[in-house]
Design a protein around this ligand. Structure first.
Ligand code: NAD
Ligand code: UD1
Length: 339
């Protein structure tokens, strides 16, 4: 069944890849973004890759008048809410802005959806809601957040808000997608992650070292209780993640209530695994040095993705080699990102 899907934050990294998958599958897509962390060129690239058109609204999702207008002018059947601020360190420096943006946008959407009789909602949550669990792999029924950042707390609070909204409204359907570590890019090399300033996350940092924009990678800690001493994460190809959203909108349309799903591969790779794989797959050198641990990092974090396979019919298919090759293909073809 094809649907008319609103993607908030659809010009961003995960939203743009999801737009491509949905358009390729024949869904109609409407995108709203305020370009606070993305560029209009992303929309051109989505059109170029898919050969398909979609409606775009430049607006802040917290603006209820703008959202009301958007829902009045379009027959939206499902909302995927990507829009949000996501930098962990920044969220500690400006927490109020993070709470305002991430929580207000969700509340505005819930109110607008209710007014317009739209009942299907998919939310971009994060593995960060599991906090610093020492049991791996992480399953959806494990306790959430004992520590973390304001960013992580917005994700957990939003999960709770959406769950409460479902308890009160038997018509509402919410899918909470807990992403692990998305990396990689569309195979065309025309779209990918385009962080502003110096990247915080591992793969964009590696790519910018490889392309010569940064001198060397600092590996944060080599004395963790892991096989090679560096932190272990569940990296997932952004295209696999995007395909998970296609399954989630089908699930939302055929279920009621709130349900959480891990979107990961279930395999943990260390920082050194990623570095070595990037060097090998792409045949290039990469300078790195070991540095002290980064505050807030946990030694290991990886998913049990079996619930998503069982109930959504989704499984990640792309390998760590695919992720390293596609990240580099994007970066080398777009050394200055989307301009
Ligand atoms: P991104 O910053 O590339 O995309 C988010 C988009 O939302 C941007 O285009 C930004 O301009 C837009 N936006 C932000 N606030 C807005 C607002 N109030 N109104 C309209 N547009 C707004 O981030 P991403 O990596 O694509 O992440 C998408 C979602 O997934 C976010 O909610 C993020 O917290 C979540 N998430 C991301 C990761 C990750 O590693 N990338 C991991 C877990 C969860
Ligand atoms: C981080 C966030 C998490 C968020 C996710 C996606 C923290 C503590 N966690 O996850 O909440 O959901 O991003 O945005 O910030 N590393 C280096 N050198 C670098 C960069 C990273 O060694 O220059 C290491 C880190 O120590 C970590 C791994 O690489 O072990 C992955 O880091 P990163 O990509 O930032 O993701 P997370 O920290 O897992």
């Amino acid at each position: 069944m094809t649907m008319n899907v609103l993607l908030t934050g659809g010009a961003g990294y995960i939203g743009s890849h999801t737009a491509i998958e949905l358009l390729d599958m024949g869904h109609s897509v409407v995108i709203v973004d305020n370009f606070s962390n993305s560029k209009p060129e992303a929309l051109n690239r989505i059109r170029e890759i898919t050969g398909k058109n979609f409606k775009f609204f430049e607006a802040d999702v917290c603006d209820s008048a703008a959202m009301d207008k958007l829902f009045s002018e379009n027959e939206i059947e499902c909302v995927i809410h990507f829009a949000g601020l996501k930098a962990v360190g920044e969220s500690c420096a400006i927490p109020v802005k993070y709470y305002r943006n991430n929580i207000d946008s969700t509340l505005t959407l819930l109110e607008t959806m209710k007014k317009h009789g739209v009942n299907n909602f998919v939310f971009s949550s994060s593995a960060t809601v599991y906090g610093d669990s020492d049991k791996m792999p992480l399953t959806e029924d494990m306790p959430t957040l004992t520590s973390g950042s304001p960013y992580g707390r917005t994700k957990l609070m939003i999960e709770q808000i959406l769950t409460d909204a479902c308890s009160a409204d038997p018509e509402l359907s919410v899918v909470l997608l807990r992403y692990f570590n998305p990396i990689g890019a569309h195979k065309s090399g025309r779209i990918g992650e385009d962080p502003s300033g110096i990247p915080n996350n591992l793969m964009p940092y590696i790519s910018q070292v490889a392309v010569g924009k940064l001198p060397k990678l600092g590996i944060f800690g080599n004395d963790y209780p892991t096989p090679d001493g560096t932190c272990v994460r569940d990296y997932i190809h952004v295209v696999d993640l995007a395909k998970g959203h296609a399954k989630a909108i089908d699930y939302a349309a055929s279920h009621k209530g709130a349900e959480a799903f891990n979107l990961g591969t279930g395999v943990g790779y260390s920082v050194l695994d990623i570095v070595n794989s990037f060097i090998k797959v792409n045949g290039i050198d990469l300078k790195y040095e070991f540095q002290p641990r980064r505050a807030g990092d946990i030694p290991e974090c990886y998913s049990d993705p079996s619930k998503a396979e069982r109930e959504l019919g989704w499984k990640a298919e792309r390998t760590i080699e695919d992720m390293c090759r596609d990240s580099w293909n994007w970066q080398k073809n777009n050394p200055n990102g989307l301009n």
